[in-house]
Design a protein around this ligand. Structure first.
Ligand code: DP6
Length: 388
């Protein structure tokens, strides 16, 4: 008998940022957050878990390389928690094979190169938890699984759902109410597209985990954000998603990215995640929106940045072509991009500005400033690919 399950899980990018923990072991955040799940057809982690009585210890391979599972590490915690859920199920159903007593072998790979500079911990831990849940045939809901993925990496809890997802911070000290819920499905707003501008694949810098703790310890601005800013923004952005109000969604997304980078700067010593190219992309989006708004139109694009210099630009499908042409105009290397939506012909994308665009407001950068441009859209939650 073979006990094995393979699943894939998506990446998510927050519009309201998680930054700060009130409990570092259970990974309980200091504020709620909200994200968009991105399409797994483009970016995903795929994980196979196998349980076997002959295995002598739990083992993990990431992109083909074995990683030690250290005792009490986040990976060890997720595996232990999943085995506990399986043991509960076995206690209720004595005929079930005692998989909770077998060791597991877990192999995970990302389809995006680490060079894409994208955080893989969210899709990675979501895939790990979902693959074990499938292997163990647990009846758990995505929210229940999010409680465990959260202990792998906070943002991973949001990758258990597709569409638009909130991580409710909760208030219980044991973390039982700090979980992800669906705000709206992907089908509710499939026109939501995302452009990832890979500015740097440099892994150096301050990790999210250590950076956010330093912010909690030293930033007065973070306390203001937690109490007076995030709760209102969570409501407004959820409402904007529910009513498909891109204008409000975009405004809040940009404000929240800005405030997250402001609290990083307010940390001692200060943390800088964005660089000159990141800031040039901000000017480009701001100017693009200005042209539209001045003509009586809506905001058409929203930038957001995580703990690194890469930009994610949210936009509606109808504006994607225009923005890609604009990016390629300023960052020529970006034109070597895959065109998954078939927007451009054989000659590929040509750089172009929209009418009325003030070309002097964006600092010109040479070839290679944006190394890669990935065009994707809102996607679904984890997928079960195979079971044996
Ligand atoms: C800026 O989830 O990577 O991307 O919980 O310590 O693993 P840990 O941190 P992580 O932090 C993500 C921070 C962020 C914002 C976000 O995704 O909400």
């Amino acid at each position: 008998m073979v006990y094995q399950a393979t699943v894939s899980a998506p990446v998510n990018i927050a519009c309201i940022k998680y930054w700060g923990k009130r409990d570092t072991k259970l990974i309980l955040p200091t504020n709620s957050s909200l994200s968009v799940t991105l399409d797994q057809d483009h970016l995903r982690s795929t994980t196979t878990s196998r349980a076997d009585p002959s295995f002598t210890k739990d083992r993990l391979w990431l992109n083909g390389v074995e990683e030690e599972i250290k005792p009490n590490s986040r990976t060890a915690t997720c595996i232990t928690e999943m085995k506990r859920l399986r043991a509960n199920l076995e206690a209720k159903n004595p005929n079930e094979p005692k998989l909770s007593q077998f060791h597991v072998h877990i192999a995970s790979k990302n389809n995006f190169p680490t060079a894409a500079g994208l955080a893989s911990s969210a899709s990675g831990f979501a895939a790990l938890v979902k693959s074990l849940a499938t292997l163990y045939q647990l009846p758990s809901t995505p929210s229940e699984l999010s409680l465990i993925a959260r202990q792998g990496s906070g943002s991973a809890c949001r990758s258990l759902f597709g569409g638009f997802v909130a991580w409710e911070m909760g208030s219980s000290p044991d973390g039982s109410d700090s979980l992800a819920i669906e705000v709206a499905s992907r089908e509710h707003w499939p026109e939501m597209h995302a452009l990832i501008c890979v500015v740097s694949d440099d892994k150096k810098g301050t990790s999210s985990t250590s950076g956010m703790q330093r912010t909690v310890e030293t930033s007065a601005l973070l306390q203001y954000r937690i109490k007076h800013v995030v709760p209102e923004r969570m409501k407004l952005v959820s409402e904007a998603i529910k009513t498909r109000d891109f204008n409000t969604f975009a405004k809040i997304t940009m404000q929240d990215s800005n405030q997250f980078h402001a609290v990083a700067l307010d940390t001692e010593p200060p943390i800088f995640y964005m660089n000159d190219v990141s800031r040039a992309i901000i000017s480009l989006v701001v100017e693009y929106n200005r042209v539209s708004v001045d003509a009586g139109g809506p905001i058409k694009a929203a930038y957001t940045y995580d703990a690194g210099p890469n930009a994610v630009i949210y936009t509606l499908k109808e504006n994607a072509k225009e923005i890609i042409e604009l990016i390629v105009k300023y960052f020529p290397q970006a034109n070597q991009f895959r065109d998954p939506f078939g927007l451009f012909g054989e000659n590929g994308v040509q750089g172009k500005v929209v009418d009325g665009f003030n070309t002097t407001v964006v600092k010109p950068f040479g070839i290679g400033a944006v190394k890669e441009l990935i065009h994707t859209q809102v996607g679904d939650g984890p997928r079960v690919l195979a079971t044996e």
